[in-house]
Design a protein around this ligand. Structure first.
Ligand code: HEC
Ligand code: HEC
Ligand code: HEC
Ligand code: HEC
Length: 239
């Protein structure tokens, strides 16, 4: 009984220390002056969200680990090369990343994370389509991304609005961002719109080798359609 009481008191103490530290973090909104002055160790970046590999969910702020939880979503398939079909996306391409946990705008009063696209996802030379709304956006109500360069918001791309919590893998299938995912061979699926439907590639009727992407894009793909991830979805068309 005595031992249980001790554990109870210790837990309450530990929790109150945690709460005080958290609210201190929230209150201190001044800009960091030096790494030492604002580095609230042991509050490592992955202590409230993330895992040993990186600070991105899972786990999310509620402790969820499933892709179907919006806080988790497609984080890891963008951040890690496994499951990816292209160059890895850095945190700061989708968020303003705090240097320290108490940075202004990090732990703020608006619930949920702020998704602010910057870098290649929004400024790739291809992302600007005349007359169209060019800003890449994320909606935390529909859970869709729209106008992202990566998912085909470029001339002859498919302009897909992927669902952040999709578990089927359809948005990384060949043909999703450019081409036609319903076709049978990889080359047919991946080939962007041809001149027959307003695109720039020749059709197979005009160039029998057109499905052999490596002939013109050898730095991004080989003869067996293995992609060089550092050259694919990197913001420019590579040859
Ligand atoms: C491809 C874009 C993308 C990248 C890259 C990305 N995030 Fe996110 N992140 C999102 C989206 C979208 C959400 C919002 C989900 C929602 O609440 O609807 C989010 C939400 C979050 C949340 C809130 C989780 C919750 O429980 O609500 C945290 C924390 C977070 N991201 C941290 C990170 C960190 C750290 C990195 C890098 C290691 C990172 N993110 C990289 C898109 C991204
Ligand atoms: C005390 C807990 C805690 C710690 C420690 C922490 N975060 Fe967060 N983080 C949060 C919360 C809560 C949110 C959701 C922010 C909101 O409500 O706007 C968040 C959101 C984020 C986001 C999404 C963008 C945003 O600001 O909404 C990124 C990126 C992020 N954190 C990175 C980091 C990094 C990098 C560190 C280490 C320097 C860190 N976090 C440390 C609690 C924490
Ligand atoms: C998530 C979206 C997405 C998917 C899925 C995708 N691509 Fe791409 N692909 C792009 C983007 C964006 C470009 C534009 C150029 C760039 O940034 O690399 C591109 C360009 C290419 C190019 C031109 C060379 C270059 O610069 O990269 C080839 C070849 C290519 N993709 C083949 C494929 C094949 C084969 C598959 C299926 C295995 C595939 N793509 C799936 C987004 C995608
Ligand atoms: C005969 C050479 C050639 C072949 C073969 C070729 N491409 Fe291209 N590709 C180009 C050129 C040239 C451009 C730049 C077009 C422009 O800027 O107008 C391009 C551009 C692209 C783009 C950017 C979007 C667009 O339509 O301009 C993608 C995506 C792409 N290629 C994917 C592929 C894929 C996937 C294959 C194989 C299925 C392939 N290409 C085969 C020459 C080729």
């Amino acid at each position: 009984m005595k031992r249980q009481y001790q554990i109870f008191v210790l837990t309450i103490l530990a929790l109150s220390v945690l709460c005080i530290s958290c609210s201190d973090l929230k209150k201190d909104t001044s800009a960091p002056t030096s790494p030492v002055s604002k580095n609230y160790s042991p509050y490592n970046c992955n202590s409230c969200h993330g895992n040993e590999t990186n600070a991105a969910p899972p786990k999310d702020l509620e402790g969820n680990t499933s892709i179907s939880a919006p806080g988790v979503g497609a984080h890891q398939s963008h951040l890690l090369a496994i499951d990816s079909v292209g160059a890895v996306v850095a945190c700061n391409e989708c968020h303003t990343v705090p240097k320290f946990a108490n940075d202004v705008g990090h732990l703020d009063s608006t619930p949920g994370a702020e998704v602010v696209f910057q870098g290649a996802v929004s400024t790739a030379r291809f992302s600007h389509i005349a007359g169209a709304d060019t800003a890449a956006k994320y909606s935390n109500t529909t859970l869709h991304c729209t106008n992202t360069y990566c998912h085909g918001y470029f001339p002859n791309g498919n302009r897909v609005s992927p669902t952040w919590t999709d578990e089927s893998g359809q948005y990384r299938a060949c043909g999703s961002c450019h081409g036609d995912p319903t076709k049978s061979t990889t080359g047919e699926r991946a080939l962007p719109k041809t001149r027959l439907n307003g695109g720039s590639h020749l059709s197979v009727q005009d160039n029998a080798n057109i499905f052999q992407c490596y002939r013109c894009h050898p730095s991004a793909i080989d003869a067996n359609y293995n992609l060089n991830f550092s050259r694919h979805i990197n913001g420019q068309v590579d040859f």
